[in-house]
Design a protein around this ligand. Structure first.
Ligand SMILES: NC(=O)c1ccc[n+]([C@@H]2O[C@H](COP(=O)([O-])OP(=O)(O)OC[C@H]3O[C@@H](n4cnc5c(N)ncnc54)[C@H](O)[C@@H]3O)[C@@H](O)[C@H]2O)c1
Ligand SMILES: NC(=O)c1ccc[n+]([C@@H]2O[C@H](COP(=O)([O-])OP(=O)(O)OC[C@H]3O[C@@H](n4cnc5c(N)ncnc54)[C@H](O)[C@@H]3O)[C@@H](O)[C@H]2O)c1
Lengths: 207, 207
């Protein structure tokens, strides 16, 4: 099995490799990846070995090859339909964000409990009522649900997604979800991005 | 100086310590922190030593003491006023998110180039025009700016914040900003949260 800290670094590797591919780079050495991401090159080589990826001594890793394998590992080498529950500020911002498509995620359905929002057209999606959730999630083969409701409705929204058959939840609401084991949950907490930024500012003043 | 990978883990330590404090825990050992966060206890002890924090052998670290010191290091032990440029979906969602205040950040001003939005009241803030940005950022002592504009206006919004005197930018727009050295920038990329989630789902299927 792949250790959790290694798995948590995969998205950093993906992003860094994409930036280099865009610049036209063909191969990359573990030391280069390490310098950009702030890890030792031994850590990079260990992680990639644990992920079943090996480089060519003296040459490094083929960027396209690494990207392809990492995407296969993540399940983002094919289109991954996603449902959003909550067509408010966060829900609408996610619908407008083109970068999801480049990573393989397609927002396939948007649901909201507010009947006044049902039927509204947002980008390529039409807001659906919660009564249509189970049927549409099953028919569209949706595996990931995004909870973008107020905190007090987050648990209910997550349970309905899980009942309909999703395997994972991206949770924006500041509320810990109680879900059956086997359901993966990733929390989003933008206040931690502000903490990181504040620390960077404090450290750059020290140096 | 504090190595970058160590600095990047500080927000994870803060969040974990807050969860334990909320549960009423008084002290914590490096092994407990390691188990929750997926790092070795040697890595935890090394990080905390590099951050100038030491525990008591056999007892562990005092949670309140650790939190206080880490917050002092991050500059979040006092109120930190923040400005948002872009009163659209992301800007409004950030205004409604109460968790910023608990981490020490206060959204002190919101600006937008769309005159039709100027004067609108959002929570405790009133949307201001871009012509008021320099004066308000200086008068309120704002050190952090959040760019929540469309990609094509992100560079201009960031430059105006830097000219007005901010030290750091939290950037939501999918556009690399060119800013003078000494200005800290943190990018937000929610597609990476989806990649993490998709990998977690794939790994839980393997086990
Ligand atoms: N994680 C972060 O960093 C972060 C940042 C900002 C906001 N937030 C949080 O994200 C969530 C969404 O924020 P927002 O600004 O988009 O809120 P919002 O009020 O604009 O939108 C919430 C939507 O959910 C719908 N809704 C309410 N109850 C529902 C239910 N039971 N089932 C389905 N839909 C329901 C509402 O009708 C509304 O359209 C909130 O919990 C907020 O605290 C998180
Ligand atoms: N980083 C992520 O993960 C993520 C996720 C979703 C959306 N986004 C991005 O976040 C940004 C904001 O998204 P949104 O849904 O809130 O967009 P939006 O269109 O709802 O809001 C943008 C706001 O910026 C204002 N604006 C435009 N030009 C301006 C300028 N020159 N100066 C000041 N204000 C200006 C507009 O009037 C509008 O109110 C976009 O760049 C989007 O791609 C990022």
């Amino acid at each position: 099995a792949i250790p959790r800290p290694t798995a948590a670094r995969v998205s950093l590797y993906l992003r860094e490799l994409e930036v280099r591919l865009d610049r036209g780079q063909i191969t990359v050495r573990s030391r280069e990846l390490g310098d950009s991401l702030g890890f030792t090159d031994a850590q990079i080589r260990k992680d990639l070995r644990l992920l079943g990826l090996s480089g060519h001594p003296g040459v490094g890793y083929g960027i396209r090859d690494l990207l392809g394998r990492l995407r296969r590992l993540c399940g983002t080498d094919h289109e991954c339909p996603v449902a959003i529950v909550g067509a408010g500020n966060i829900g609408r911002a996610l619908l407008s964000y083109g970068r999801f498509e480049t990573e393989g995620f397609r927002i396939a359905a948007v649901f909201d409990a507010d009947e006044a929002k049902v039927g509204e057209r947002l980008g390529r999606s039409t807001v659906r009522s919660m009564s249509e959730l189970r049927d549409r999630v099953q028919r569209l083969g949706i595996r990931i649900g995004i909870v973008a409701t107020p905190p007090e409705s987050a648990q209910e929204a997550a349970e309905r997604l899980v009942e309909a058959g999703v395997d994972g939840i991206l949770n924006f609401a500041p509320r810990r979800l109680e879900l059956p084991t086997g359901i993966s949950v990733t929390e989003v907490d933008l206040s931690m991005s502000l903490v990181n930024l504040s620390l960077q500012i404090a450290l750059s003043r020290m140096n």
